[in-house]
Write a protein that binds this ligand. Structure first.
Ligand code: SF4
Length: 389
């Protein structure tokens, strides 16, 4: 069965792939190598695959959530998040019927919250359009909000046995090394090429097992840094390994320059002990998430300056009681420096502007971005008697 997505529209190589005859030709040797690689990956996975709880009872809902979480973090951390998630949302219906804020709260710490919002929308669509039964083909799964080719292929192959290649960064890296591919592994041409190879391997091995085996091989053996080639089941076929080029492949593309920004981030109590927060917005950098009020600064601020700037920006008089060393946080292209500030307002309430006063005990139920959580944690563990400059 062919891959239902886009096809390579032109012949790639042999010039572009000089020296990578491992799979590319129709020769007896190429077919033999492809067969051997597919078999080696499947056998390695069957003997060494991690004994994860969901592997004996495959549910499209579970694999879907895991695969989206796995795009955010390492497998072990994704599994921990998945267990917590399933405890609260055991099925599509329970997820669909909850408030978005609760979904975001459970996603807290994984980043890219748009993925959590799309999961929620997709669950509602499955309940509405499919009577709460998960769609069972690649093309129908691909139509769900936020579901891309990789996730749809992972669910369709691992749960329903459909022969579609699931090509993530791990799988691209393995192929780059097997084939000694020098180009950018993030290019669409490269992904299409990997799919072609995977499709041919599906005629040899079970698609779901092969997809999962390749993913786990990339997660545990063919690591980005310091791959464990001595234990690799496909080392005998790997051109990068044989030519001593493992550290160089995949070739890193030029990264975009990082943008540095510094913010003073305020945790302020009003006269009734409530905390002033920025309520979630529909758009902007953190849609749907709560935040602490922040002000862009150019250098390490003094307490007096922080009080003055807050008054000018939010129209509320405050007294700063604690100013901590900066907390570093990276977000997409931004390298952020947050100066955690704690203090009190001189009046009750949030001043009628853009802030809201929230009971401290309710904050644990609200979703915050990871960087703001870091600031809150720093402030929580710091002594309230720390001196202010
Ligand atoms: S031999 Fe090394 S570089 Fe090649 S696929 Fe295996 S782990 Fe990756």
């Amino acid at each position: 069965m062919g891959f239902p997505g886009r096809r390579i529209s032109r012949w790639i190589g042999p010039g572009a792939l000089a020296g990578t005859g491992l799979f590319l030709t129709g020769s007896v040797e190429a077919v033999r190598n492809r067969t051997a690689v597919a078999k080696a990956v499947r056998e390695w996975f069957e003997a060494n695959g991690l004994p994860l709880f969901f592997r004996n009872n495959r549910s499209p809902y579970v694999i879907w959530i895991l695969e989206v979480m796995g795009q955010q973090t390492q497998l072990s951390r994704a599994v921990a998040y998945l267990e917590r998630w399933l405890h609260r949302f055991p099925d599509v219906s329970s997820l669909a019927s909850t408030e978005e804020q609760e979904v975001l709260k459970l996603w807290e710490g994984l980043g890219y919250y748009s993925r959590a919002r799309n999961i929620h929308k997709a669950a509602q669509q499955i309940v509405r359009d499919y009577n709460a039964i998960f769609p069972d083909t690649y093309s129908s799964i691909l139509k769900l909000p936020g579901v891309g080719e990789y996730t749809a292929a992972a669910v369709a192959s691992m749960v329903f046995g459909e022969a579609v290649p699931a090509v993530d960064a791990n799988v691209r890296r393995i192929f780059a090394r097997l084939l000694l591919w020098q180009e950018d592994t993030g290019s669409s041409t490269f992904t299409l090429l990997v799919r072609e190879h995977m499709e041919k391997m599906f005629s040899i091995e079970n698609p779901g097992l092969l997809n999962e085996g390749m993913m786990e091989l990339g997660e545990r053996i063919c690591l980005r840094r310091k791959p464990d080639c001595a234990r690799c089941p496909v080392g005998a076929f790997c051109l990068a390994f044989q030519k001593g080029e493992v550290e160089r492949i995949p070739v890193r593309k030029q990264r975009e320059a990082k943008i540095d920004r510094s913010y003073a981030v305020y945790r302020l109590f009003d006269t009734e002990g409530r905390v002033l927060l920025s309520a979630p917005k529909k758009r902007g950098i953190w849609p749907g998430l709560w935040s602490l009020p922040g002000i862009l600064v150019e250098e390490e601020p003094s307490a007096a300056a922080l009080e003055e700037w807050f008054g000018v920006s939010f129209g509320i008089d405050i007294n700063v009681e604690l100013l901590l060393p900066p907390v570093r946080h990276s977000y997409t292209r931004y390298r952020l420096l947050f100066y955690p500030v704690s203090g009190r307002t001189t009046e009750t309430g949030a001043g009628g502007g853009s802030l809201v006063a929230v009971e401290q005990g309710k904050m644990g139920r609200l979703p915050f971005p990871s960087g703001i959580l870091k600031v809150l944690r720093e402030l929580a563990v710091s002594s309230s008697s720390a001196a202010v400059d």
